[in-house]
Design a protein around this ligand. Structure first.
Ligand code: SF4
Length: 489
């Protein structure tokens, strides 16, 4: 039985989760006897969100914050009421509860006899769930006795370029979403009643559906999707058939899918998976190989991005390189020489990184990347920011070739790749003896998190350990390219 009967408290976050899927809300309140892996970047996101929210408070100076820490929910609500009664003009984290729903408004601004709600988000545009979010804020605040005149969504302006101190009036954009918040008021009460009902009974018998990953990836996927085998219709990559249409007809395994309904790429994947057959177009692979020359430099960058641009000349969410690994082969099949760079925490690494890279990659060398769009993008941004290095960097860009090409074009395909041409799928299929298993950093997102962690700690032993993990990971990325290329020769 559920524990969330009528009158029990619900936060805005859990309500939004329930709007996506009532079973997700139920499972949050009644955790299943099943280990749900914790989302690794949740804490980092929360911390960044706090920084963004704090900065946005500068849009309305002179306010008073109602903190979460050190105060109970009741105390936060009373404190808010005291501030309102005392004539406060701006309240940060204003706290209210109505109908068992507790909310905190990021910024509440008094405008004469009415109030404006300013909800702050880290995104660069208004997204559909933001309207539900704003509607809940409005519902609770208006029913707490305040007259709400406007609801704004304050989000990041991705065109802002930092020069000196952060200019909050340029960094943030406010969009008036009052109409959308008002329009949802009629439905809110019914939604809340429905969700409370769902919480009173047994676990809702809701099957998997598109809502499992839209608008957000649900944390309970490992629990609800247990019955889906690895080689199911959901393993098909790319757009094509509506997989849930087939699932709802009882078709789960690839073998049971009518292949004539699939597009060419999905059909190729399905046939290879079912028959466990590899394929290779020798002349196409040869064509790719003759487009390379020596010395051959295998290059991989690691980057980080943040909503608050950290250095002059950077924009929100700009990918800033903090690390690279470079394996250089002088001749075909030769033992590669390794070079690497990893920024010191907290420093702007761009100039040092660019200069070191240019000193290590010979002018006329062929530069091999895996997914050239990414490396080219990073190099182009460096060339734009350092005009004196632009000619040299652009020269290196002209020499870039992409090791992903033969895999993307399916000139070489192993059935274990499951329709993917990501290096994380290609490597175990082609070079099973080389693996990311056992490394403390095993993908690019994790590398970014570890770098952030490295920037935040002053513990030198910890910095050294994190540094070691990053170096091992990035080195393996380019070593993997060397080994994959060897398999093609
Ligand atoms: S995984 Fe899907 S069905 Fe399960 S709780 Fe989440 S959204 Fe609902």
């Amino acid at each position: 039985m559920g524990n969330g009967g009528s009158g029990s408290g619900l936060s805005k976050t859990s309500l939004l989760k329930g709007i996506q899927c009532s079973k997700a809300l139920y499972l949050t309140k009644n955790p299943p006897d099943f280990e749900i892996p914790s989302a690794p970047d949740l804490e980092a996101k929360f911390e960044t969100g706090k920084e963004v929210g704090f900065l946005a408070q500068q849009l309305f100076l002179g306010g008073t914050e109602v903190p979460s820490s050190g105060l109970t929910v009741k105390e936060q609500i009373s404190r808010t009421r005291e501030l309102i009664d005392a004539g406060a003009k701006v309240i940060y984290e204003a706290s209210f509860a109505f109908d068992g729903i507790f909310i905190k408004a990021d910024i509440l601004v008094r405008t004469g006899a009415t109030w404006e709600i300013h909800e702050v988000k880290m995104s660069t545009k208004v997204k559909d769930p933001n309207y539900d979010d704003a509607a809940i804020q409005y519902y609770v605040i208006a029913n707490s006795g305040l007259t709400v005149s406007k609801v704004f969504l304050v989000h990041i302006n991705n065109q802002y370029v930092r020069q000196g101190e952060i200019d909050v009036h340029q960094l943030f954009v406010s969009e008036d979403i009052t109409d959308q918040a008002f329009a949802r008021q009629k439905g809110i009460q019914a939604i809340i009643a429905e969700l409370r009902k769902a919480l009173q009974g047994d676990e809702p018998s809701i099957d998997i559906g598109p809502y499992c990953s839209t608008p957000y990836e649900c944390e309970f996927i490992p629990y609800c999707w247990q019955h889906i085998p690895e080689d199911s219709i959901f393993s098909l990559k790319g757009r094509g058939i509506n997989k849930f249409d087939y699932y709802n007809q009882g078709i789960v395994r690839l073998e049971d899918l009518p292949l004539d309904k699939l597009n060419a790429a999905q059909k190729f994947q399905a046939i290879a998976t079912i028959s466990k057959k590899d394929s290779i177009k020798l002349s196409a692979v040869k064509g790719f190989l003759v487009s390379l020359w020596y010395p051959l430099c295998h290059l991989d960058f690691e980057t980080f991005d943040t909503p608050i641009p950290p250095f002059d000349g950077t924009r929100p969410y700009q990918k800033i390189p903090f690390q690279y690994s470079l394996h250089i082969q002088q001749t075909e099949g030769a033992e590669p020489v390794h070079y690497e760079y990893l920024a010191n925490p907290g420093e702007d690494p761009r100039r040092e990184l660019a200069e070191k890279l240019l000193s290590e990659i010979p002018k006329e060398a062929c530069l091999l990347t895996y997914n050239q769009v990414f490396e080219k993008g990073v190099l182009k941004t460096l060339a734009e920011f350092f005009p004196d290095l632009a000619a040299a960097i652009n020269g290196r860009i002209d020499n870039i070739r992409d090791l992903m090409t033969p895999f993307k074009k399916r000139d070489i395909y192993r059935w274990q790749m499951r329709g993917s041409y990501s290096i994380k799928e290609v490597l175990p299929a082609l070079v099973p003896e080389l693996s990311y298993d056992g490394l403390s950093v095993s993908d690019g997102m994790m590398a970014m998190r570890v770098y952030h962690e490295m920037c935040k700690t002053e513990d030198t032993a910890k910095v050294a350990k994190l540094r070691q993990g990053l170096l091992e990971y990035c080195r393996l990325d380019t070593l993997a390219m060397v080994k994959i290329l060897n398999k093609l020769l």
